[in-house]
Design a protein around this ligand. Structure first.
Ligand code: SF4
Length: 381
């Protein structure tokens, strides 16, 4: 049922999708493509005795190769893409002074929450699909063309820190001509189970690299997995696009840390951009009540249902709300960001190529058709 799927804390039994993935991998007619969310790479190791925050990206790719996936890609690529669209949307709304504050839209538990609880505010969330949905939409159009395969024979598997992503993938509007953007979602814990079922000795795996073109990413996309990261990534790009100058200090420390609500004012040219970050639905509710009553003067707000963001997600290795574990995972992501040569989404050469070869203008007509979505008024529950 839906209440199971949207439960961000996984307190209820989750739907098990492992057998669906094995079936797809055993079907010769299908090209099975997998993507891995940012928050997985700093938590999966815990299932195999490692410390929270230990970065196991290279081992993840090796495990997926052994499991038999045809292409192994990174949701981080699509997080960079999300930033291009979301930063463009934010600049458009600020310039036109419309639909402010813009709310982030990558957390499906949060989207479902506001559709039920704040249906009169439905025009302010960003219309961007979440990164793994953008990934699926690009894979089944751009990549399908490049690989010369029928999107009907493609199976997109998302490995997510999240139980609500299973429900999100079934939303009818997240599809193109009745072909779903994403076919199967499994959680970090289910992925660990598959690795064990296949008898893979995870700890002894060598590092391997994601495939291209949808495997390349910048540091900005890595931090999507923690509270504050989406907004920080969007600001890195929005700043440079508005000012035409390089942003020197790209780490927005005020947006970091596991506090439930964080705020900052960023001066871009002569405009003071007020931003806020909330994690946990109780904190989200407070912020939305302020917007509704007109007490808010924010331009952009990031909201994640899970305290600490996706590193603390309901599909992750059990953390029982332990903030130390969640913080260590977040630290792992910031470390990965610092280790990247490119740390701003608009610098990703594969994203630049995607717009040039296929999408056209950021936030343009084709981008809207493939990468954006809409929301529904739902009954208050
Ligand atoms: Fe899923 Fe992340 Fe939202 Fe939690 S914060 S419900 S893990 S998208």
């Amino acid at each position: 049922g839906q209440c199971i799927a949207v439960c961000p804390t996984a307190a209820l039994t989750e739907v098990n999708n492992i057998s669906k993935v094995w079936d797809a991998l055993n079907d010769d007619k299908k090209t099975v493509i997998v993507q891995v969310a940012p928050a997985i790479r700093v938590s999966l190791g815990e299932e195999f005795g490692m410390q929270p925050g230990e970065i196991v990206t290279g081992k993840i790719v090796s495990a997926l190769k052994i499991l038999g996936f045809d292409k192994i890609f990174d949701t981080d690529f699509a997080a960079d893409l999300t930033i291009i669209e979301e930063a463009s949307e934010l600049i458009y709304r600020i310039k036109n002074n419309t639909k402010l504050p813009m709310l982030t839209s990558c957390c499906p538990a949060w989207i479902k929450f506001f559709e039920h609880q704040f249906p009169d505010l439905l025009d302010i969330p960003s219309t961007c699909k979440s990164p793994h949905e953008m990934f699926g939409a690009i894979a089944k159009t751009y990549l399908a063309q490049k690989m010369n395969i029928d999107p009907k024979n493609m199976v997109i598997v998302s490995i997510m820190p999240c139980v609500a992503k299973k429900y999100e993938a079934t939303r009818p509007e997240l599809s193109n001509k009745n072909i779903r953007d994403v076919d199967i979602v499994i959680t970090t814990r289910e992925f660990a189970k598959m690795i064990r079922e296949a008898g893979i000795d995870f700890n002894s795996l060598k590092d391997n690299n994601f495939d291209n073109p949808l495997g390349e990413s910048t540091g900005a996309s890595v931090i999507f997995g923690t509270t504050g990261g989406v907004l920080e990534a969007a600001l890195r790009t929005a700043y440079e696009w508005i000012t035409n100058k390089p942003l020197e200090n790209i780490e927005f420390n005020k947006l970091r840390g596991i506090n439930g609500i964080k705020e900052a004012t960023i001066k871009i040219n002569n405009i003071n951009i007020n931003v806020a970050v909330a994690s946990g639905l109780g904190n989200a509710r407070k912020i939305l009540e302020d917007i509704k009553s007109g007490r808010s003067n924010y331009h952009a707000i990031e909201i994640m249902a899970c305290p600490g963001g996706c590193v603390g997600g309901g599909g992750q290795p059990y953390h029982h709300g332990n903030l130390e574990i969640i913080s260590k995972r977040a630290e792992g992501l910031y470390k990965e960001d610092r280790s990247k040569k490119l740390r701003k989404s608009h610098e990703n050469p594969y994203i630049q190529k995607l717009y040039k070869e296929f999408l056209g203008e950021p936030y343009g007509e084709k981008a809207h058709e493939i990468l954006h979505t809409h929301y529904f008024k739902r009954k208050k529950i």
